[in-house]
Each structure stands twice: as structure tokens, then as C-alpha cells.
Design a protein around this ligand. Structure first.
Ligand code: SF4
Ligand code: SF4
Length: 401
């Protein structure tokens, strides 16, 4: 790995504040760590205000509040108000659970710019089954509130085997709710989603049908509804330009203050990820060995090192490379040039062939314990959260029961 650099012209333009990993929902596609996190170790309000100030001085302009469910933080309005004072453009990424009229009025008053509400599906039964919680009716109310308070209506639906065939109905729901944007994000296989890959991975035919419907609606309703259909890298033969390159524009801060070049990076071996309690954002961004570990191209091995595409895709995702090959410096196996591309092809082929889809492993405390105790099989390289003791998932940990 490269050593620390004394200076970098790069700026963390996009700051993701993961305020809590706690969430009332239990989505099997959740990309959060398997270890749910201890709420008593979350950063205090004053820590977050300092992080926002330091990152802004370094050039951060876009600020996302996510989790978990960020509405669980009672100090969200205080943090939003400070973000507004500092000049950020702010975006709340929420399941809607925890939002009501008083809360949205307070967030508006604090200066929140943008709200994105996630749905699991267009139908209450499917939505609530996937979320592990009766939340569809409330999400619908929240979507109306978002509109009523003058926000652009932005919906997000994570797509997979169990809702891709409902693309038409999902887009009809977006039109009925008078949404301005809908992001149809195909599942990325990290965290709980990787545990549930056999449950979630669609067939090529499902994807092709869903994409055709999305294009049809783009052509017919594109003036009313902006539709973003993000094609999954498992089916592309090319990896995504993950985070637009390691340590180039993106900085994530986990609930306990761990600073991450991407929100899944906690699973990578050999990194002693810095914490905002111990270091300034400036040191973390410019000097920390971990933010420099995969910056630029000098860490690349073949075939990436000699590939003409390397400045576009940055060798793909380091976390996916590690999780699927055991080597964080390997070419992302989503790339057809990777010597290990077969692990992706095999998974896609298996998804097409399976006649009996396994049950989902919902994201909750019980299943976190079962994963840590190896009662649930997880046939990928051990991740950090698997090597810690099951005791770490204490009763006060932040997931659903
Ligand atoms: S459980 Fe669902 S709603 Fe909660 S953080 Fe994960 S994906 Fe988001
Ligand atoms: S070989 Fe590496 S740099 Fe080239 S396209 Fe594949 S992942 Fe990107």
C-alpha cells in the first residue's frame, strides 16, 4: 500500500453522516455492517458539529444524513441547523419511520434542503414483508408530507428479485404520489445484502424486463417524473466507479466516529480506520494511511494497472474485491477482465437456475447474533464484524429486535 501523502489536491466534496446504525426496519438488502452498533458509542451532538465544521473548511459541500434511520437522532434538527449555517446542501435519507408533521416542520425550519423517502415496494404486503415492519401506510403519509412542505418528492426503491417484476406498479405509485424523482437502485451486495445474495439476486430476464419498463416510462412520463434506473454491476461486465475513486471526493463518518473512504470499508483487513474523536478531518483526509491506501493508481495490480479504463472505473470496488476474492487489491470481480470474474458469473447462473429461493435473513439483533455465532452460513472471506465476539451485539445495540 502507498504511504501517507503530505498533501492532496482532492477534496471531500460529499460528506455522508451516518448518524446511527439503529433502524426500526429490517431490510434483507441493507448494506449496513453485520455488527449493528452500540448506541451508547454514537458521536455526541458536539462531535458532529465539529465534524461538519472541519469538513466544510476542507471543501465539503453536499451533506447526506443517513443510517440506519437518522430520524432516531433527537438532535437531528440541531445538526441540520448547523449544516445550514455552514452553507451545506443537505439531504435526509430516510425510511420515513419517525417522521410526522411536527418533525418535518422543525426540519424545514432548521433549513433542511432535500428529503429522500425509501419504499420497499408498491404494495403494503410486499413492502412490509421486505421491511420486516408495517410501514407502508406511514411511508405514504410521509411522502405526502414531503410534498406539502414544498420539498421535491424523491423516492428510492432498492430493486432485487422480489420487486423487479413490479417495476410498472412501482412507477405508477411514484406517479400517483406526484414524485419528482425516483431512484431505482439495484441491490449492491455488501453487509446484509451479501448474506442474502441468493435470496435477492434476480435473473437477467427479470432485469431486462424491468429496464424496458423503466425506459418506456422515461419516454412517456419523463417530463413529470425523472427516473434513474441504476444497472447492477453483477450484470454489466464492468465495475462501478466506486465512490468516484478511493479518497477522491467522498468521506463517510460512521455513528461511532470511524472515518471511512466508503461506507463499506470497515470490512477491509489491514486498515486501522481513523476516528474523528482522535484526529481532525484534515489529518484523516490528507495524512491518514487508510485514506491513502487505494488513492490513485499505484496500488493497482494487473489487469487494472495496464488497463485504459482505469481512470474511469478506478479498478472498481475494493470492498467487493476483498469480499469476493479475499484480496482487497484485486481487480473487482464484477469486471469481465478479472481472473475471478467467474465468481460473479457463477452467482448469476445459480440465481437463474434456483427453483427454490432461500428465506431472507432479516437485519435484526437475533440474526446478528446468529451470524456472529456462525449459526447462519456466510461463505465469503471473514469480515471484521464476524471476527468480533457475539457479546459485541449487546442488548442495547441499535437494530430491530
Ligand atoms: S434496515 Fe432498511 S431502512 Fe433501515 S438502514 Fe437498512 S436498508 Fe435502510
Ligand atoms: S481491468 Fe480494472 S481498470 Fe480495467 S475495466 Fe476492469 S476493473 Fe476497470
Amino acid at each position: 500500500m502507498n504511504g501517507p501523502k503530505s498533501e492532496s489536491p482532492l477534496r471531500p466534496l460529499w460528506l455522508l453522516a451516518e448518524l446511527t446504525y439503529s433502524c426500526p426496519l429490517q431490510c434483507p438488502y441493507c448494506s449496513n455492517p453485520l455488527l449493528l452498533g452500540d448506541r451508547s458509542r454514537e458521536l455526541a451532538t458536539s462531535d458532529w458539529l465539529r465534524v461538519l465544521d472541519e469538513a466544510r473548511r476542507l471543501g465539503a459541500a453536499q451533506l447526506g444524513f443517513s443510517g440506519g434511520e437518522p430520524l432516531l437522532r433527537k438532535d437531528l434538527e440541531v445538526i441540520v441547523a448547523e449544516a445550514r449555517r455552514l452553507g451545506y446542501y443537505t439531504n435526509l435519507l430516510t425510511s420515513g419511520v419517525g417522521m410526522d408533521e411536527a418533525r418535518i416542520a422543525a426540519l424545514k425550519e432548521a433549513g433542511l434542503d432535500h428529503i429522500q423517502v425509501s419504499f420497499q415496494a408498491d404494495r403494503a404486503d410486499l413492502n412490509d414483508r421486505l421491511a420486516g415492519s408495517d410501514s407502508f401506510a406511514h411511508k405514504t403519509e410521509v411522502a405526502h408530507l414531503v410534498k406539502a412542505y414544498g420539498y421535491p418528492m424523491v423516492l428510492n426503491v432498492v430493486m432485487h428479485r422480489h420487486n423487479l417484476d413490479r417495476m410498472r406498479e412501482i412507477l405508477d405509485m411514484a406517479l400517483a404520489l406526484e414524485a419528482d424523482y425516483i431512484e431505482l437502485a439495484n441491490t449492491q451486495y455488501y453487509g446484509w445484502a451479501l448474506v442474502n445474495r441468493d435470496y435477492l439476486l434476480p435473473t437477467r430476464e427479470q432485469l431486462a424486463r424491468a429496464e424496458a419498463v423503466a425506459h418506456d416510462y422515461q419516454a412517456r412520463f419523463g417530463d413529470r417524473l425523472k427516473i434513474y434506473f441504476v444497472v447492477p454491476d453483477y450484470f454489466e461486465g464492468r465495475p462501478k466507479p466506486c465512490m468516484n475513486g478511493w479518497g477522491r471526493v467522498f468521506l463517510s463518518v460512521a455513528p461511532d466516529g470511524t472515518a471511512l473512504p466508503c461506507h463499506a470499508a470497515a470490512d477491509l483487513p489491514g486498515l486501522e480506520l481513523p476516528n474523528v474523536r482522535d484526529h481532525s478531518i484534515e489529518w484523516i483526509w490528507h495524512q491518514s494511511p487508510d485514506f491513502n491506501a487505494f488513492r490513485g493508481e499505484s496500488w493497482m495490480q494487473e489487469p487494472c494497472a495496464g488497463c485504459d479504463n482505469r481512470s474511469d472505473c478506478f479498478g472498481g470496488c475494493r470492498c467487493q474485491a476483498y469480499l469476493l476474492t479475499g484480496d482487497a487489491r484485486a481487480t473487482d470481480p464484477a469486471c469481465s477482465k478479472s481472473p475471478q470474474h467467474h465468481v460473479i458469473l457463477d452467482a448469476v447462473q445459480q440465481a437463474a437456475a434456483q427453483s427454490c429461493v432461500p428465506d431472507p435473513v432479516l437485519r435484526n439483533k437475533r440474526n446478528a447474533r446468529r451470524l456472529l455465532n456462525r449459526e447462519i452460513p456466510f461463505p465469503f472471506p471473514a469480515v471484521r464484524s464476524r471476527t468480533r465476539t457475539a457479546d459485541a451485539v449487546a442488548d442495547r445495540a441499535g437494530g430491530a429486535d
